[in-house]
Unconditional design. Structure first.
Length: 116
């Protein structure tokens, strides 16, 4: 089984930056597509960004294009989300996701708060 643990969420002022990390264990991430989702209070979970197993053409939600960057380091079994120019509407629990081998894996999430 693949386990995912997110970290480095926190509180930041509008315009600030955060870099979320997702550590994978149990299996190597090599061969898995990976992604970040978020869920704000009272709202449905939404996709933020995803990256295929061969790192081709990352996808970003329109709301984060140009501000967020997804990356992966399969040697370290890590996934990252660099977030810049953060806005209050980016406030949410951010969840790491990996899919492959016929399964869908989720982390427990890390809270991001953007406010002045």
């Amino acid at each position: 089984q693949l386990q995912l643990v997110e970290s480095w969420g926190g509180s930041v002022q509008p315009g600030g930056s955060l870099k979320l990390s997702c550590a994978a264990s149990g299996r190597t991430l090599d061969g898995y597509a990976i992604g970040w989702f978020r869920q704000a209070p009272g709202k449905e979970r939404e996709g933020v960004s995803c990256l295929s197993s061969n790192d081709e053409s990352p996808w970003y939600a329109d709301s984060v294009k140009g501000r967020f960057t997804i990356s992966r380091d399969d040697n370290k079994n890590m996934v990252f989300l660099q977030m810049s120019s953060l806005k209050p509407e980016d406030t949410a629990v951010y969840l790491c996701n990996a899919w492959g081998d016929g399964n869908d894996y989720w982390g427990q999430g890390t809270q991001v708060n953007v406010s002045s």
